[in-house]
Design a protein around this ligand. Structure first.
Ligand code: 8YV
Length: 324
């Protein structure tokens, strides 16, 4: 008998076929309490689940007594209660490597778009405002040779450092839990404390997971330490930044601009003051959202679930202690 799994994300046909060749798959739209209630029998039998951003916590786990593995189509897993999963010996699998380059591209795009005001001036062209030769009210600021500060030197931080160093000749500062020799050797990145990074960087780029330690790590106090000419980029998780404090800093002009792919609440509420600011580039959490990368993430998540339930896990497990 094939193990039963719940799929709560749409998969490309070939990947769905691969999943179905190993498992009895119940396809659902989400993991909302209503969906769980309506499909109680399927959840009671499920040994695996595969999806992405839905919350998986203690309450959810009371409905899945046979669950052995959860596979998320993402690198971030802050929506999973890892301690609760681990206590029940449920393996949590994620997709860390396949999206690195794409997310780093997104971050570099935000650096360029905010510095050169790409979105704002493109909108002015569309509005018919380009009537003669352009003056300083269309100008941006340079990116090349400016100092880039990276918070969190994981895979994505490293790929961003590579782009900034080789592509834009940018001196790089970074702050992370530990020194990263490769970043220092290959990209000349200099480790420094958070306050120094904030004070010296022209661009502060956040590439951190959301944890208890990183929640609101950038608040009013930290924003005040940044140069008033500096730009904040966040493509990690929204709640790493205190959004109210960010809005205030932008409104007061103590921060030059912000490029944001993630927000405290997603989708970003349409009445957010951020949407009224020309110096804010707000993206709809597209960090990894290319056809190629989203396919590779989904394929990785499928393989992760197959490994966790029917084979041998060699990589991508967040809590490998449950496997022994
Ligand atoms: C995915 C992400 O957005 O991998 C992550 O952690 O934030 C994104 O790349 C998202 O979770 C949808 O699958």
């Amino acid at each position: 008998m094939k193990p039963s799994v719940i799929l709560y994300k749409k998969l490309p046909d070939d990947l769905l076929a691969r999943l179905e060749s190993h498992f009895n798959v119940t396809q659902l739209n989400d993991l909302s309490p209503q969906t769980v209630k309506q499909n109680a029998a399927a959840f009671a039998e499920a040994e695996g689940i595969l999806g992405s951003s839905e919350k998986v916590d203690e309450t959810f786990l009371t409905h899945t007594p046979k669950l052995r593995a959860a596979s998320t189509v993402s690198v971030g897993y802050d929506n999973f209660d890892v301690a609760a999963l681990t206590a029940r010996r449920i393996a949590l699998m994620h997709t860390p490597s396949v999206l690195t380059e794409t997310v780093a591209d997104t971050m570099m795009m935000l650096v360029l778009a905010t510095a050169r005001r790409a979105v704002e001036v493109a909108e002015r062209v569309k509005a018919g405002e380009w009537q003669g030769s352009i003056g300083p009210d269309w100008f941006g600021i340079d990116v090349h040779h400016k100092t880039l500060g990276i918070l969190g030197m994981g895979r994505i931080g490293l790929a961003l450092a590579q782009r900034a160093h080789f592509g834009f000749s940018m001196p790089i500062l970074y702050n992370a839990r530990r020194h990263h020799q490769e970043a220092e050797d290959r990209f000349d990145a200099r480790y420094c404390d958070l306050d120094t990074l904030l004070a010296e960087s022209d661009f502060v780029c956040i590439s951190l997971p959301l944890t208890e330690e990183t929640h609101h790590m950038i608040g009013a106090e930290q924003l005040a330490k940044m140069k008033s000419s500096a730009i904040l980029i966040n493509a990690g998780r929204g709640p790493v930044v205190d959004e109210k404090a960010l809005i205030q800093a932008l409104q007061n002009g103590t921060l030059h601009a912000a490029g944001l792919d993630v927000f405290e609440q997603e989708p970003l509420p349409v009445n957010s003051p951020l949407l009224e600011m020309p110096n804010v580039v707000a993206l709809p959490h597209i960090g990894s959202a290319t056809h190629e990368t989203r396919y590779n993430m989904a394929a990785c998540a499928v393989d992760n679930l197959i490994a966790a339930l029917t084979g041998e896990v060699k990589e991508n497990c967040v809590n490998p202690q449950v496997l022994s």
